[in-house]
Design a protein around this ligand. Structure first.
Ligand code: GCU
Length: 411
């Protein structure tokens, strides 16, 4: 929703941006079992991990189902000479049942590779056609937020929407570096407004006329993450993709989603959170910038209903977001912040990554820093982190880091 209500506006005005006013807090320990004993080995983490996962499922994002039984992949378009010969473009529709529910995956493959390509799998905010001006990309017909300035009329994309967010997608650079890029419009999975989960993929798993939803049922972030899992199901069938080297990447609410998708599906080889902030990488207990109460008021459909129990009571939540990052372990994970993006609490994102490190250490893996690095000074350990100059966005700088980090860990 674009216009906050009056009470949300009030909440936002109370937002704390003063490091001196961050309350004292104690984080729950990822390395303590529910019965109070300590996790001291990597094998111990394998047993602790499902406990942590279950807490995020029941208290934060809601439980997502497995694959839909009646799923069918259809390659709908193919162009071996896309982007002036620099790419092969493929479009795939994943059909769920016969009722018309489907997601559309846009894939760019690098040309001239003899072996299957590693791949970044992402969701996007404005439709596949918005990530690049390439006129060959199918225009989304889904409901979409935005105005005429963004090429959207009556909540549908028009030709004018092609490439409107291309600055966030370093398509050519990704391809030159030998990676494929796959992207899905998040509105194919669940249009981003609070409609009681009547549209999108939720109804595939719910009987019409079901009683009120329980506190653990999946919200929109889980539905979007579920869609990333289904995208990966397809990639596993594509012989030009190396499905063992697929990176889950997302920005902002879709960064929260990427972290959750990577936590719930260990097939992802690497996970990237770009400016995911509250409910993503940032520690909720710091109450710096956006808070749990604010996010639940503004976006009541994102999390499971139980999450509202922690509005202004972050200390009573059995998890904090460092434990979400830890669910990526021992796989490489990257957390990126922007200096001007105080709403997402850059320092809280860094501290969260740092507090995930003890889990990595059980595997003999390191972050490589104990202090938040200076602006534009990336750290690429098994955990990666940078705080970029500038605002809430995805830039070429961010992509350059992700490509270097992926090269380091996946090549
Ligand atoms: C809002 C929201 C954030 C979210 C962001 C985005 O600012 O408060 O939590 O990350 O939108 O997705 O762009």
């Amino acid at each position: 929703r674009d216009d906050p209500t009056e009470s949300e506006a009030m909440k936002r005005m109370e937002t704390n941006y003063d490091e001196g006013k961050v309350p004292d807090y104690r984080l729950p320990d990822p390395l303590t079992f529910a019965d109070g004993t300590a996790v001291v080995t990597a094998a111990g983490w394998k047993r602790r991990r499902p406990e942590v996962l279950r807490l995020f499922e029941t208290q934060v994002y809601g439980r997502m189902p497995g694959p839909y039984a009646d799923t069918r992949f259809e390659v709908t378009a193919e162009d071996g000479n896309a982007l002036g010969g620099r790419a092969r473009r493929r479009e795939v529709t994943v059909h769920f049942g016969a009722g018309g529910a489907a997601i559309n995956i846009l894939i760019y493959l690098p040309v001239g590779r003899e072996t299957p390509a590693p791949c970044f799998l992402t969701l996007n905010f404005h439709g596949n056609h918005a990530i690049h001006a390439d006129p060959g990309i199918s225009l989304s017909t889904q409901w979409m937020r935005g105005d005429e300035a963004h090429g959207v009329v009556d909540n549908r994309a028009t030709e004018a929407a092609r490439g409107i967010v291309s600055s966030r997608w370093a398509v050519e650079r990704i391809l030159e570096r030998g990676y494929a890029l796959a992207s899905i419009y998040y509105g194919d999975l669940d249009p981003d407004y609070d409609d009681g989960f009547r549209n999108g993929v939720h109804p595939l798993f719910e009987t019409p006329g079901d009683a009120a939803r329980g506190g653990e049922e999946w919200g929109a972030i889980s539905a979007w993450a579920w869609g990333m899992h289904r995208g990966l199901d397809y990639l596993e069938t594509d012989r030009e993709i190396d499905a063992g080297r697929v990176v889950a990447m997302g920005h902002s609410r879709l960064g929260k989603t990427a972290l959750w998708a990577g936590a719930t599906d260990e097939r992802f080889a690497l996970v990237i959170s770009n400016a995911s902030g509250c409910g993503g990488a940032a520690l909720s207990r710091r109450r710096f910038g956006e808070t749990v109460a604010i996010i639940n008021a503004s976006f009541p459909h994102w999390f499971c209903d139980n999450y509202s129990k922690y509005n202004d009571k972050e200390n009573t939540c059995p998890v904090d977001q460092h434990m979400l990052i830890a669910l990526a372990a021992p796989r490489p994970v990257y957390v990126a912040s922007a200096e001007g993006d105080r709403w997402a609490d850059p320092n809280g994102e860094f501290l969260s990554a740092l507090r995930a490190e003890p889990v990595y250490k059980l595997f003999g893996l390191k972050f490589g820093t104990t202090k938040q690095p200076q602006v534009n000074q990336p750290v690429h350990g098994r955990i990666g982190y940078h705080v970029r100059a500038g605002k809430h966005d995805v830039t070429d700088y961010d992509w350059n880091q992700y490509l270097d980090f992926a090269d380091k860990h996946l090549k």
